[in-house]
Design a protein around this ligand. Structure first.
Ligand code: FES
Length: 221
């Protein structure tokens, strides 16, 4: 005897239901396994994903890559030691970064904070002050004065929001051509990592001569 038509449909539905449930369970298991795989991703990838997520959430603007940036450095070098040290580097044909302008001063103690601020105003990304070693200054205490001036400059730049790494004080003698080249290379890389200075005007032309500092020099007497 054949079962009535209605009953057969119900029976069919009953047999399909467990199949559907099994399919859904399978799908859920697949999603869970995908999540687990994502969690098992290498730490670097997870860190990158976390960083991107946090940047999106807080709208933090990441600093651009410094790859193509060429920093502009002004070097104040004392006539008797560091300027001669630069000369020694040149005469010895030492290869080093060319991204700097050297301004000769008679002593590192002459570098008033106004000189450094003017250099930044004219477009420098970093300023290096260099003089004779202690005990070698031709004006006896000139380099000790340079240290005081440098500390004042650091405090001023901090107020202006300029990173401390944009200025450096070094003692380089006339015989230390290798040191001069090394300091320049290190400083250029240090400033490159910091990126362009906030104080630099868009159309900037670095000073070529000490005359660019004549007005501040008059003020700083
Ligand atoms: S003369 Fe070189 S630091 Fe004074």
């Amino acid at each position: 005897m054949t079962p009535p038509k209605g009953k057969s449909a119900a029976a069919e539905a009953e047999t399909k239901a467990p199949a559907k449930k099994a399919k859904a369970r399978k799908k859920g298991a697949a999603t869970a396994s995908a999540k687990a795989t994502a969690q098992k991703a290498p730490p670097a990838r997870r860190a990158r994903a976390k960083k991107a997520a946090s940047a999106q959430g807080t709208r933090r603007v990441e600093k651009p890559a410094r790859e193509g940036f060429i920093p502009r450095i002004v070097v104040f070098a004392c006539n008797w030691c560091s300027y001669a040290g630069a000369d020694t580097a040149g005469v010895s044909r030492i290869q080093y970064s060319p991204h700097f302008r050297i301004i000769r001063v008679m002593c590192s103690g002459r570098v008033h904070p106004a000189f450094i601020l003017r250099a930044f105003e004219l477009g420098a990304d970093g300023v290096l002050v260099s003089g004779c070693h202690f005990g070698d200054c031709h004006y006896i205490f000139g380099n000790e004065r340079a240290v005081e001036q440098f500390e004042k400059t650091k405090a001023l730049l901090k107020i202006l929001g300029v990173e401390e790494g944009r200025i450096r004080l070094e003692w380089i003698s006339a015989a230390e051509g290798v040191k001069f080249a090394r300091v320049i290379d290190e400083f250029v890389e240090q400033v490159r990592a910091l990126g362009p200075s906030k104080l630099a005007p868009p159309e900037r032309e670095l000073p070529q001569k000490a005359e660019a500092f004549a007005d501040v020099a008059a003020l700083a007497k």
